[in-house]
Design a protein around this ligand. Structure first.
Ligand SMILES: NC(=O)c1ccc[n+]([C@@H]2O[C@H](COP(=O)([O-])OP(=O)(O)OC[C@H]3O[C@@H](n4cnc5c(N)ncnc54)[C@H](OP(=O)(O)O)[C@@H]3O)[C@@H](O)[C@H]2O)c1
Length: 266
């Protein structure tokens, strides 16, 4: 199958994906086409050698992998436009559009296509996304290709479609939860004596290092916590006070509230 990729909707996410795929060497710029209506906004991708156009049909004709990167309310219009030019033997669809299910895509293009859904997060802009992927009617080679595409842009995991809403909460909303945690650290850091700039650096790098410990060692958080807590020490005193104030409970309640909102309202 062709390695040529078309990204339909080169906005925040689409352009970040294009940048990351080019800079990682995953795709040759000449094999990548990015579309949007305001193509002037894609100038920097054109300068890197990618094909840019406002013609979705031409983009689809040149590529095998069609990444749908438009807003949820725009996807049906885009799919209806390109539908006649899609061929299940040639094209695989990859949708990153939040809340759009495989059945919604099939309603427009039919049920013969390999279709992927992907839920990245905003760290895709620096190739540090966590991306959850669902594969529908895809063969092993296609799954490998899509997983390795998102692995260029961070890490990926293949999940069931019924977990896509949960993936949105934990993986995408999760960036906001982490930011709040870091912000609270900065506020505490200032109160105990640091300037805002120094507190920001310490808080962000400490959280990054903590996450890397888990990712690189594959350990449980409590194993790493045990290494920091000494009997009668300051770490356990602070941690226990946070728990008395409902730290873990409030995070879990927040995650479940986001999940209920996405399932019931969206
Ligand atoms: N941002 C994230 O981190 C994130 C994470 C997970 C999922 N998502 C999903 O990713 C999708 C894109 O999000 P975003 O933040 O990148 O939105 P965005 O910046 O608004 O990008 C959407 C792009 O689609 C283009 N577009 C609209 N209609 C088009 C058409 N008919 N043909 C070609 N291009 C068209 C728009 O450009 P023109 O107006 O110039 O055409 C716009 O640049 C959304 O569905 C969102 O739910 C985003």
């Amino acid at each position: 199958m062709s390695k040529k990729i078309a990204i339909i909707g080169g906005g925040n996410l689409g352009a970040s994906m294009a940048e990351g795929l080019i800079s990682s060497g995953f795709v040759l710029p000449a094999d990548l086409t990015v579309t949007r209506r305001n193509i002037a906004a894609l100038k920097s991708l054109a300068e890197k050698g990618a094909n840019i156009t406002d013609n979705n049909i031409e983009a689809v004709k040149t590529a095998g992998w069609i990444v749908l990167d438009v807003k949820p309310f725009q996807i049906k219009v885009v799919l209806s436009l390109i539908q006649q030019h899609l061929d299940a033997k040639k094209h695989v669809l990859i949708s990153v559009v939040t809340g759009v299910w495989v059945k919604d895509i099939q309603e427009v293009v039919g049920d013969q296509f390999a279709i992927f859904r992907a839920m990245p997060n905003t760290a895709i802009a620096i190739a540090q996304s966590m991306t959850c992927i669902y594969a529908h009617q895809a063969n092993d080679a296609q799954i490998k290709f899509v997983a390795s595409l998102f692995d260029q842009l961070g890490k990926s995991v293949v999940i069931e479609e019924k977990l896509m809403d949960a993936a949105t909460v934990l993986g995408a909303c999760g960036t906001a939860y982490a930011m709040r945690y870091i912000r609270a650290n900065i506020q505490g850091g200032i109160e105990i004596g640091f300037s805002a700039a120094t507190a920001s650096l310490i808080a962000a790098q400490t959280v990054k290092g903590a996450a890397e410990l888990l990712l690189q060692r594959n350990t449980h958080p409590e194993q790493e916590i045990d290494k920091v807590t000494t009997p009668k020490g300051c770490t356990i005193a602070g941690l226990n006070e946070m728990e008395h104030q409902g730290f873990s409970s409030s995070l879990i309640k927040g995650i479940v509230t986001s999940y209920k909102k996405i399932v019931n309202d969206m």
